[in-house]
Design a protein around this ligand. Structure first.
Ligand code: AMP
Ligand code: GLY
Length: 436
């Protein structure tokens, strides 16, 4: 199979790495890419939201499968365009991608399908939102309705902070048109987990779960980021919980999407909060994404014991029921190394050293914001973004995986590099803190 991956981050490097092991692969391209994918695939200099250029490239290389990493091209209709040309694509149509691109779409769908989610109200004018908040007590979550690049969720201690957040969205337009509609949500608390369902519109593969760390600093302090680390598999992710999530969330959503004429194909990512008592939690959906998570992919794909191309093609073609999908039982931990200053201003162009040194067994380094140096593949790569690398370790236990990941990481350096020292510990399994 000739395969084109779209995207330029750690998620896409992990996809390229795993797909490169498939006996079904004949040639691999990455549209976007970084210094890591350049060692595994041919890079095409195309931005992920340039749908025209992506469609042209898929035709040009005669791709047998296009795998879309990020949400933006899906929300712009890349999958629809490729399907119309007869090119199989892993990733949902524009209509189905609304499950991520419009929070109110996702919430209404869940309400209609009886899927557990926070209570919510949707507002398209600021004064009604503020009126609602005046009658409200306690913490509240304010969300920009549209795609806001992982920002756009404001956790507010009280209705006063809530009112400021509404103004930030609606009159200051901090998230552009994404915040012209806002959702006020019930503030929930509990451990969080990212659950991934590969599906073909009707059938779904066994679920796989991971946790990510969103805050910049140890102990979940500091600003939110794109993700500072991840691990799989969470110890609370039992077969009973997996079955409950499948029956009460994933299956009803797939049915409801098909009924709405927007069958969902690709990977459905549910961001869940486990509410209520630890001994018998109720999983509720905080958000859906229409793609794999980053940095969750970097710890989930090493668990895939089946052929990745067979799996993704089956999702695209609607015959997932005929493909066995298995996830391994090991554990993986991923630590993200970021540029100094991230998620604020940071400098790039620094040489990354130590990548060629082997770490302990079962470790991998996935690139995100990197680019080739002047000497191409034979010279050290340079930093080119906020999140630079994800260093992954595997092991029989989370502790062993954590130890291996950190000992590999210690050999790698670049100017200003920073990372969290507590990835792999259960510190992210607590109530989200209100920051306003
Ligand atoms: P989201 O982008 O919707 O996943 O939100 C980002 C983060 O905000 C989540 O990972 C949670 O920590 C937090 N969050 C989102 N919605 C809620 C909610 N209704 N109650 C409490 N925390 C939330
Ligand atoms: N890890 C969070 C995300 O990919 O949205």
């Amino acid at each position: 199979m000739k395969v084109l991956i779209v995207g330029a981050g750690g998620r896409e490097h992990a996809l390229a790495w795993r797909i490169n092991q498939s006996p079904n692969l004949t040639r691999l391209w990455v549209a976007g890419g970084n210094a890591g994918t350049a060692a595994l695939a041919e890079s095409l200099d195309i931005r992920a939201n340039d749908v025209e250029a992506l469609v042209a490239a898929a035709r040009e290389v005669a791709a047998d499968l296009v795998i879309v990493g990020p949400e933006a091209p899906l929300a712009l209709g890349l999958a629809d365009r490729l399907t119309a040309l007869g090119i199989p694509v892993f990733g949902p149509t524009q209509a189905a991608a609304q499950i991520e691109a419009s929070k109110s779409f996702a919430l209404d769908l869940m309400r209609d399908a009886g899927v557990p989610c926070p209570g919510y109200h949707v507002f398209t004018d600021q004064s009604s939102a503020l009126d609602h908040l005046r009658a409200h007590q306690g913490p509240v979550v304010v969300k920009a309705n549209g795609l806001a690049a992982g920002k756009g969720v404001l956790l507010c201690r009280d209705s006063e902070q809530g009112a400021a957040a509404v103004k930030e969205c609606m009159s200051d337009r901090a998230f552009g048109e994404a915040g012209d509609t806002v959702v006020l949500e019930e503030y929930l608390s509990g451990p969080e987990v990212s659950v991934f369902a590969f599906c073909d519109g009707e059938n779904l593969a066994p679920l796989v779960a991971a946790c990510d760390y969103k805050r910049l600093e140890d102990g979940n302090h500091g600003p939110n980021t794109g993700g500072m680390g991840s691990f799989a598999q969470p110890d609370f992710w039992s077969p009973e919980l997996a079955s409950e999530v499948e029956q009460t969330i994933m299956k009803p959503v797939l049915r409801a999407m098909a009924e709405r004429g927007a069958p969902y194909q690709g990977v459905l990512y549910a961001g869940l909060m486990l509410t209520g008592p630890d001994s018998n939690p109720t999983p509720k959906v905080l958000e859906f994404n229409c793609r794999l998570g980053d940095p969750e992919t970097q710890v989930v794909l090493p668990l895939l014991d089946s052929d990745p191309l067979e799996l993704m093609l089956a999702c695209a073609l609607g015959n997932l029921d005929r493909v066995p999908v298995r996830w391994g039982t090991k554990n993986y931990v991923g630590i993200v190394m970021v540029s100094g200053g991230y998620p604020g201003q940071y400098q790039t162009g620094f040489e990354i050293s130590g990548l060629e040194e082997d770490g302990p067994e079962d470790t991998m380094v996935f690139h995100a914001g990197t680019k080739l140096g002047a000497g191409g593949l034979s010279s050290p790569p340079l930093t080119a973004g906020g999140r630079v690398l994800t260093v992954v370790g595997g092991g029989e236990t989370i502790e062993q995986a954590t130890e291996r990941a950190y000992s590999r990481l210690e050999k790698i350096s670049f100017q200003g590099a920073r990372w969290r020292r507590d990835i792999g510990s259960a510190v992210n399994q607590g109530a989200a803190q209100a920051t306003g």
